[in-house]
Ligand binder design. Sequence first.
Ligand code: LYS
Length: 308
Amino acid sequence: PEDIGVVAVGFSGGQGKAGVDAGPSALIEAGLLSQLQNELNYKLHGDDKVNAYNELAPKEDPPYRNMKNPGTASAVTQRLSEQVYSHAKEGRMVLTLGGDHSIAIGTVAGTAKAIRERLGREIAVIWVDAHADINTPETSDSGNIHGMPVAFATGLAKEEKPEYFGWLKPENLLNVNKLVYIGLRDVDAGEKRILRENGIKAFSMFDVDRYGIGRVVEMALAHIGNDTPIHLSFDVDALDPMWAPGTGTPVRGGLTLREGDFICESVHLTGNLVAVDLVEVNPSLAVDEQAEAETIRAGCSLIDLEMA
Ligand code: LYS
């Protein structure tokens, strides 16, 4: 589509490091949106102001089932899901700028709901990341919700209480068969078990080396099936820290910037891309100004998508 709904989310409560809340504003200041609007001629909707949703945080937010900031993350992602939904149901491609990756609990649910209502279809998710982010509260060592979004979005981490993600409706959950990973290289033991037990398709960095990024993307697209609406959730830490040092949980041995660009371009070229998340850009964690600028430029490069 030539219309893009933009949602900027300065949320950092899914993990412990300050600064990822400044990701969206840094990307916007560096020209990520003006590039889409002025050079690529998209029509942008929604404001470019960054939502922090501070007002949604409950007065007290004690750990629950081992999760840190569960009430805040639940309220924020619920609100976000409604925003994403309202853009996607108008047929816009939704671009969400994070924020830590916990926000994908909201974006995936919002996209899934809109696409089901509008097209009667299930969405697929391509999750590009160094990590699988599929811990349940019980398997997580850190208690950080940014390591759990896939478990909630798929319903693998079940919860009844509405204030703790119980608001996720079964009909808006992602089917595990429609999920595919690219870029993995730091997966916890509990997560490996979950991936195996559920037969989830994953292309690790080992696969990228072995087949090349071209074949990997081809296989990923073949797995989710032709003409399936795609939500692309891109954690900037999928890139090697050489390209994106400003991020909370960097892991060496990642994708080159070109490989990351290639994934975004190929998925966009299918014509089936309905939503994109760009998350975990944390400018303050780069060692110096140059490293900070590199990270932000990498983020802008990933989203530099010519109209299909
Ligand atoms: N797997 C680790 C955890 O659950 C790291 C997640 C990193 C997410 N960006 O905390």
